[in-house]
Design a protein around this ligand. Structure first.
Ligand code: SF4
Length: 375
């Protein structure tokens, strides 16, 4: 049992249905007023459908509603918008409803493509899932208030590392065989396989090495030693999507880890890529606002930590009145830019023409939507 100072609402799920902002590119976004994902039992298939068709119906339940252009925000959504307006449109509008059995082919394609990982984001995703699983195990084995559990008895770093390699081998094989096309949300797919991009074996091995080193480094770190021996009663829900209201717009956030401290709170963001603290500061300030909205702890007392798991570097962000004001300004501007595009392109449905393609062809080279853009 956990004491949950934050309201656990909506868990990102790997299943068909309205998209959820995963916050790290392996995710996405939907309006909170949308109906529940089509996780309810799908209608019975017509009697003449064969097994394969019935299976397909289960994976792709019928559409539940028409496209809506209700706007929410997250840092990753803002980044997608800034990268390419058309990419933003494919991700948040063009793919909408693409999980449904009767969706137009373009929407189904966009939905499948938006769920793909690049080999780089795949490494980050594997590391995040592994760390979340470790903390979940620690939390579940140590009910709130009991601090006498030795983390070493629950977490064997070498076993975790072996599991990372097993997982990556399994997901790599599934991706190569194209299994994700039947269930893009649940089954990991890699953009390199979808586009048959040549990648040397040595590079795939390097991806595994990075993930293994990230997990091994994190489990040996001072940060893990400190957090794993702290009281789970102080931990916030981690890797759970939730939102808060920002000037009338829902903003989505999913903490990698967070906890109450005697003088406020701490939020953590695990990083597997290059050390770019400046770029990630907005995310931590956004988390501070999120924690304030859920717990009442003032955002200025929510310290952020970017933890680069491969190098061990920890970059601390201490919110100030001025940095929070700057973050709010950036969020406000980003939301206003998105809203302006929607006004140009809608209603009833936001037209892709209002979201132009980037002129920077280098961005298209690795974009999952390049087939749909004919780039
Ligand atoms: S292929 Fe290029 S133009 Fe099309 S969405 Fe991707 S980045 Fe934008």
């Amino acid at each position: 049992m956990r004491a949950l100072p934050l309201k656990a609402q909506e868990q990102p799920q790997r299943g068909g249905g309205p998209e959820i902002e995963d916050g790290r590119g392996h995710g996405e976004c939907h309006a909170p007023s949308l109906p529940a994902p089509p996780s309810e039992a799908p209608p019975a298939p017509p009697p003449l459908l064969d097994r394969r068709a019935r299976h397909a119906r289960f994976r792709y339940p019928p559409r539940v509603r028409a496209l809506e252009n209700r706007l929410t925000w997250s840092k990753s959504r803002g980044e997608t918008f800034d990268t390419c307006h058309r990419k933003y449109w494919w991700t948040y509008y063009g793919a909408w409803g693409g999980w449904a059995s009767d969706a137009p082919e373009e929407a189904r394609q966009a939905y499948m493509l938006k769920n793909l990982h690049s080999r780089w984001t795949w490494v980050g995703d594997v590391v995040h899932r592994t760390i979340a699983a470790v903390f979940t195990r620690l939390r579940d084995r140590r009910p709130s208030g009991q601090l006498d559990l030795d983390p070493d008895a629950v977490v064997d770093p070498e076993a975790e590392v072996e599991e990372v390699t097993r997982l990556m081998r399994r997901e790599f094989r599934g991706s190569k065989e194209g299994r994700y096309r039947a269930d893009p949300k649940r089954i990991t797919g890699l953009v390199e396989h979808e586009y048959a991009t040549p990648v040397a074996d040595a590079e795939w091995k390097e991806m595994n090495r990075r993930a293994v080193e990230g997990v091994r480094g994190f489990l040996a770190s001072k940060t893990f030693a400190e957090l794993s021996t702290s009281d789970p009663a102080t931990w916030f829900p981690f890797e759970q999507l939730d939102s808060f209201d920002f000037e009338g717009t829902s903003v989505w956030a999913a903490l990698d880890f967070g906890r109450r401290t005697p003088d406020g709170a701490e939020v953590y963001d695990w990083k597997t890529g290059e050390e770019r603290a400046e770029e990630n500061t907005l995310q931590l300030l956004c988390y501070a606002m999120f924690v304030e909205s859920k717990t009442g702890i003032p955002a200025e007392r929510v310290r952020g930590r970017l933890v680069y798991v491969n190098t061990g570097t920890v970059h601390e962000v201490v919110p100030t009145e001025s940095s929070l004001a700057g973050a709010r300004r950036r969020m406000r501007d980003s939301i206003a830019d998105m809203r302006r595009r929607l006004e140009i392109g809608g209603p009833p449905e936001p037209s892709k023409l209002a979201f132009p393609m980037t002129d920077d062809l280098a961005k298209c080279e690795t974009c999952p939507f390049r087939r749909l853009c004919a780039r």
